[in-house]
Ligand binder design. Structure first.
Ligand code: NAP
Length: 230
């Protein structure tokens, strides 16, 4: 895949660090992005800041600020809201999201000081809850373990893999291709039910950050592509 044949990517909740980080990386790769918010002025402001950062970078494309409903009308839609708002946002946008590829980056987390302790979602994982609320969408889980701060530093290599979960193989392959387009390795991490572990790993990483005085602990899978050699 190259950016010129990549369809528009919408980001619901695009004004937060994770949404802006994804928009920046996608924009840098030349992918058209509709950055969404509940407040279109806030979305426009975030998009303008990212556009300034992209400047005249070769091959880049500045994101457009829109409201969440417009972002949800893109062929591929990232969900990047707090878990506390996840179900309500999905219920509201379900009619617009029907038929779309939905990439859920949402992680259920406990408030500090328990950020580093895994909290299971009632429906197994946020991604499975999204699929249950969006029966007419193809939901894929991805980017749960990638630090927004690193995504937002264009020059930084996040030095991590992106574990991609989903029950629709074509949808998962499309998200892996998008991941590689922004320079990260996307790995097929199995069915959507595996999001329980992948989302849970984020709490583990946040705990590691605290215990080992870093801000950017990440996941990297070893020995992929070694052909099974001993
Ligand atoms: N930050 C990270 O490093 C990171 C890494 C991996 C995964 N994640 C996950 O990615 C998601 C987004 O992370 P974030 O740090 O960007 O989150 P955030 O800043 O807390 O929220 C993102 C955006 O969601 C919107 N929002 C907030 N409350 C809402 C509500 N009640 N209803 C609807 N929209 C609401 C806000 O946009 P508007 O006010 O403009 O509408 C906000 O800018 C979270 O689920 C997080 O767990 C984050």
């Amino acid at each position: 895949m190259n950016a010129s044949d990549t369809p528009v990517v919408g980001i619901v909740g695009g004004t937060g660090p994770q949404g802006r980080g994804l928009a920046l990386r996608l924009g840098a790769a030349g992918v058209p992005v509709w950055l969404g918010s509940r407040d279109v002025a806030r979305a426009e402001e975030a998009a303008a800041t990212l556009a300034a950062e992209l400047g005249d970078r070769a091959g880049s494309r500045a994101p457009t600020g829109v409201d969440n409903a417009a972002a949800a009308s893109a062929p591929t839609v990232f969900l990047s809201v707090p878990y506390s708002a996840h179900a309500a946002v999905l219920r509201e946008l379900a009619p617009v999201l029907a038929g779309r590829l939905v990439v859920d980056v949402v992680v259920p987390l406990q408030p500090p000081p328990n950020l580093g302790v895994v909290v299971p979602a009632a429906g197994g994982s946020a991604a499975e809850e999204a699929q249950a609320l969006l029966p007419q969408s193809r939901v894929v889980g991805a980017f749960h373990n990638v630090s927004a701060r690193l995504l937002l530093r264009l020059g930084a290599d996040p030095e991590c893999d992106v574990l991609v979960t989903g029950d629709d193989e074509a949808a998962k392959a499309a998200v892996i291709a998008l991941t590689e387009l922004i320079g990260l390795r996307g790995l097929d991490a199995g069915p959507l039910a595996n999001s329980r572990v992948v989302e849970g790993l984020t709490a583990v990483l946040l705990g590691l950050n605290k215990r080992y005085a870093t801000r950017h602990a990440g996941i990297r899978i070893t020995r992929i592509g070694d052909g099974g050699r001993p």
